[in-house]
Design a protein. Structure first.
Lengths: 105, 105, 105, 105
C-alpha cells in the first residue's frame, strides 16, 4: 500500500482522519452485504457464490486501508496485534470465560 | 483467533453479523481517538506517546475481528487482499491517477 | 446543538470530517451494546432494563451528531428525510417488494 | 418508517442488529463523500452543488434507519435526545470547557 500510494502521489490524501473515513466506507459496504441475511445462516450464505467473492473483496478493502493507516501512524500492525491477542488471552482466561461473552464496560 | 475462540467456546457468538458489529465497535473506538485532532497534525500526534499506544491497540482490535470474520466466511484474507491490491493497481493506473483521488460512483 | 456548540466555542472542532468520526464513535458504542445478543431476542432485551436506558443514550448521541453535521453542511434534515422516505416509497412499491428485501447494487 | 415498513411487510428484516448494519452502511456512504476532501474546506464544498444533494440523501438515510431502530427498541428518540443534550450541557459546563474538546476516557 505504501508503494501503491507513492506511485500515484496519493500521500497527500492519506492523513489518518481521511483514512479512517475510507475504512468506514468499506466497513459500510461489508455491512450492506450482510444486513438482511438471517443471522444463523449468514456464514453459510457468505461462504458460497455469489456472495463469497463480494465479501472477500470488501474484507480486502478494509484490510488495505487498515494497513495503510497503521503505516502512516508508525504502528507495526502484525506485532501489535499479536501482543493484543496475547494480552486478551490472559485477560479473558478460558476457565473464567468459557461460553460467556465478556461484557462491554 | 480461531484457537482463542475455540478455547473459550465463543464460536456461538461469532456469526458474521455479530462480528461485523464488534468490528464496528472497534472502528468507533479508533475514530474517537482522532475525532477532534487537527487533520494535518494527526499523523504526527498519533505517532507519539501517549496516543501511539492507544491507536495501536485499536488498530489491533480491528484486525483481530477482521481476521476472525474472514475465517468464519472461509475467505483467505491474505491472498484475497493481495489480489485486490493488484486489481486496484491495474484499475487506477499511476499515469491516469497521479495526484488525483478516484471519485466514488 | 448549534447553541450548545456556540456556548462552548466548539465550532472549530466541528468540520464535517470530524463530526462524521464522532458519529462513527457513537455508532460503535451502539453496536457494542448489541454485538453478542441473540439476533431474534435483541429487540426484547433492548426494550427492558438495564439495556434500554443505555441504548437510548447511544441513539441520542448518534442523533445529536447527525443534527449537528446537517447544520454545518446546510441541510434541512427534517425536510430532506421526509422527501427521501417519499422517494423510497415510490421506488420500492408495496406490491413489488412485499416481504422482499431490496438488494444492494 | 413504521408505516412504510408495515406496508412492505419488512418487519421480519428489522431486528436491531440488522438495522444497525443498515445504519452502518449509510454512515459508510456518507463517509465516502467526505473521505478525500480537505478538512478545512469540506463544509463549504458540501454546502454547494453537486455534493450538497448527495450529502443530504445520505444524512436522510442515516436518520431513517435511526428512527426505525429507536422504534423497534421502544425508545422515544426525540425525548431521549433532548434529555441527553440537557445532561451534556450540565456535564460540560461552558465555563470549564470553553474552546476545549472533552477527552474520551
Amino acid at each position: 500500500m505504501r508503494a501503491f500510494t507513492a506511485e500515484r502521489q496519493w500521500e497527500k490524501f492519506h492523513d489518518p482522519k481521511s483514512l479512517i473515513l475510507a475504512l468506514v466506507g468499506e466497513v459500510g459496504e461489508l455491512s450492506e452485504l450482510f444486513q438482511w441475511l438471517p443471522a444463523d445462516d449468514a456464514a453459510r450464505l457468505a461462504s458460497d457464490a455469489p456472495l463469497h467473492d463480494r465479501v472477500g473483496q470488501e474484507l480486502a478493502d478494509v484490510l488495505l486501508y487498515l494497513v495503510r493507516l497503521a503505516d502512516v501512524v508508525n504502528v507495526d500492525l502484525a506485532q501489535t496485534t499479536m501482543s493484543k491477542l496475547q494480552h486478551s488471552a490472559e485477560r479473558f482466561s478460558a476457565n473464567d470465560f468459557r461460553g460467556v461473552a465478556p461484557e462491554k464496560t
